[in-house]
Write a protein that binds this ligand. Structure first.
Ligand code: GLN
Length: 492
């Protein structure tokens, strides 16, 4: 059974060939695991019927037609802010509790077209606003590395996706990443989490949080699996005008990458207050590992990092204020019974439909966008965002440039639920997203890789960031790190 938390796509496909497993028997095992681990609350909805139907199709292709697809029989979970046709899509919010989309998100349809089997829709913070998966109307998601009464958060907002992968209920999962929501839970749950270059993977059907930063993210247990999934979902999409038009070239993992040709930068501004000793130690030890492999490591500077959290927060709230205007009780989603006037209907629908976090972001966003504040906050934040992106351009393309940056993903291992929730959402995010949100503002790719367990026996990870469309290099270096550190899979 332990194998469920360590199986690779390659091994599963080999087991199909050897008839040790079949797509339907494997899907059954994963559904069973999802049910056995129900107390982790990774899933909002376990989609056993879809999974079984997808598995039957895979079984036909594998054994009868002998024309397998790259993800035949591979179980996946999709964060519940991606539209799935005829399957309830809630964003973990009362507002969309009964919403059943009439169309599929592109990432989902590409995965299914590649043979994947949908095990379930995974839990998240309401509308993906958070870093803990603690603010869902379906309750928080627990970290599978700690089963004690004093339990730990899974990270977020794609905590359900990370837990589903770590606990063996599926092989890979899709999250969304606006400020770190894929990398953060990946780091706290000991799986790999990729935030691709903005526009590399279609956002069509991803219910928007911050359109200018949102990207679908991928969570998997190892780099090879993650790369296979990325190769299935990436590339232009006529349904999303912000996708990069250039043809996507399949990414290859080359076992013998020569690290002596790679320059790694360590941004000095990422040493920050509150970073735990464990995290610092992991950061140092991975730096040492890379140096031992003859990587050229140097300290670099990203001078605008200190304002990044504030800028992210302002821009996030402004886009949220505009995005959430679609939930008015008229077109779809919740409709409050209070309809004395249109204004009354809007107000009561939104106060019943949204939690405090969503409401306060709408409120703050509208404040920043008032004519008298626009220049002072929104415009200023946009200018600073450009400077943050330029910092990255300089280190990747200027004098003494580096190929990749190495930083921690989170400032600590998974916090206790009770400690985490004693803080306001804004404070939680300011701490949790410190190392992750700059990549979203610059649009560059970033990946979190698990390294070792902390003194609390919880996963610790590091992050690589690279220039636009450097996924191939980043994944190859990540693979090398993965091989050197040999992170354990979860014992269940
Ligand atoms: N914690 C951040 C926020 O709440 C990031 C969320 C995300 O990436 N979806 O905005």
């Amino acid at each position: 059974m332990n194998k469920l938390t360590s199986y690779t796509i390659k091994e599963i496909h080999k087991s199909f060939c050897d008839k040790l497993l079949t797509p339907t028997s494997f899907v059954d095992l994963c559904i069973q695991r999802a049910r056995q681990t129900k107390e982790l609350n990774a899933f909002i909805n376990i989609t056993n019927e879809e999974a079984e139907n997808h598995a039957i199709e895979s079984e036909k292709r594998v054994y009868v037609e002998k024309k397998s697809k790259p993800l035949d029989g591979i179980t996946i979970a999709i964060k519940d802010n991606f539209c799935t046709k005829n399957i309830q899509t809630t964003c973990a919010s009362n507002m969309l509790k009964n919403f059943v989309p009439t169309y599929d998100a592109t990432v989902y349809s590409r995965l299914i077209d590649s043979g994947a089997c949908l095990v379930g829709k995974s839990n998240l913070d309401e509308f993906a606003m958070g870093s803990g998966t603690v603010d869902s109307i379906f309750g928080p998601t627990r970290n599978p590395w700690c089963y004690s009464e004093d339990w730990r958060i899974s990270g977020g907002s794609s905590g359900g996706s990370a837990v589903a992968v770590a606990s063996g209920a599926c092989v890979a999962a899709i999250g969304s990443d606006t400020g770190g929501s894929t990398r953060n839970p990946a780091a706290l749950c000991g799986v790999v989490g990729l935030k691709p270059t903005y526009g590399l993977v279609s956002r069509y059907g991803l219910i928007p949080l911050v359109n200018s930063m949102d990207v679908p993210g991928i969570l998997a247990r190892n780099i090879d699996d993650l790369t296979i999934i990325l190769n299935c979902v990436a590339g232009p999409d006529i349904l999303d005008s912000t996708t990069i038009k250039k043809e996507f070239k399949t990414i290859k993992i080359n076992k013998d990458i020569d690290l002596s040709k790679i320059k790694i930068g360590i941004p000095s501004e990422y040493y920050c207050e509150g970073m735990s000793e464990d995290v610092l130690d992991v950061w140092r030890s991975v730096t040492d590992l890379l140096e031992n492999e003859k990587c050229q490591v140097s300290t670099v500077s990203l001078p605008h990092t200190s304002v990044s959290i504030a800028v992210y927060s302002i821009l996030n709230q402004c886009e949220v204020a505009s995005n959430m205007a679609r939930y008015d009780g008229l077109e779809y989603g919740l409709r409050a019974s209070e309809d004395y006037s249109t204004e009354e209907l809007y107000a009561s629908t939104r106060s019943e439909g949204f939690n405090n976090v969503v409401r306060s972001r709408i409120f703050a966003g509208n404040y920043f966008l008032l004519t008298r504040n626009y220049e002072k906050y929104f415009l200023k934040a946009l200018k600073l965002r450009r400077l943050i992106a330029d910092d990255f351009k300089k280190v990747f393309h200027g004098d003494n440039s580096v190929n990749l940056l190495l930083t921690p993903t989170t400032l600590s291992d998974a916090p206790l639920y009770k400690d985490f929730t004693s803080k306001h959402n804004r404070e939680q995010c300011a701490f949790q997203d410190y190392c992750t949100q700059p990549a979203n503002m610059a649009g560059i790719p970033a990946i979190s890789i698990p390294i070792r367990l902390s003194n609390n026996n919880l996963p610790l990870s590091i992050q690589l960031m690279g220039p636009m469309l450097s996924e191939e290099l980043m994944l190859n270096v990540a693979k090398k790190i993965e091989t050197m550190v040999n992170f354990p899979s979860l014992e269940v």
